[in-house]
Design a protein around this ligand. Sequence first.
Ligand SMILES: [Zn+2]
Length: 178
Amino acid sequence: MTIPTTPRDPGEPPPRPARHLQPGDGWVECACGRRHWGLHGAAGLLLGRRDGLGVVREVVLQHRAPWSDQGGTWGVPGGAVGPDETPVEGALREAREEAGIDPATVRVLGERVLDHGPWRYTTVVAELAEGSVLEPRATDPESVEVRWVGVEDVPALPLLPAFADAWPALRAALDDGR
Ligand SMILES: [Zn+2]
């Protein structure tokens, strides 16, 4: 089955033409007048890593494939939430699929929801569990690259617009551990 290549809303994880549809995959006609990916909403994982003083220095970002909509931009790994998943479960599953992130290395701190009514995007704010080591990598064709990015370097990257908008609040949430 081919997924239609409809222009997407910023912040939305891209559809995946190279794989079979999973439960929850599909478009939602939103009250805002746009279409969003994820019948049960979508979710992404913002994973931070603290230094020895407890300060978040890096986050895992995904450089999205150039052929995808808004391709070439950077954002967090994520995708459609399944019908039987919480947003946290969906984000962790997607992060494992796309970025090789073992959920056992992730400590969830909180969630930030962009609520459009019929559709919502949840950013799961998390930190690398103490004592865990993680070298994220692109583990599906949707990513050019997945890596740790210094928090000071994030604004200079060509970010997905919705992620750029959310970044200051997300970084503050990471710093506060919530
Ligand atoms: Zn909407």
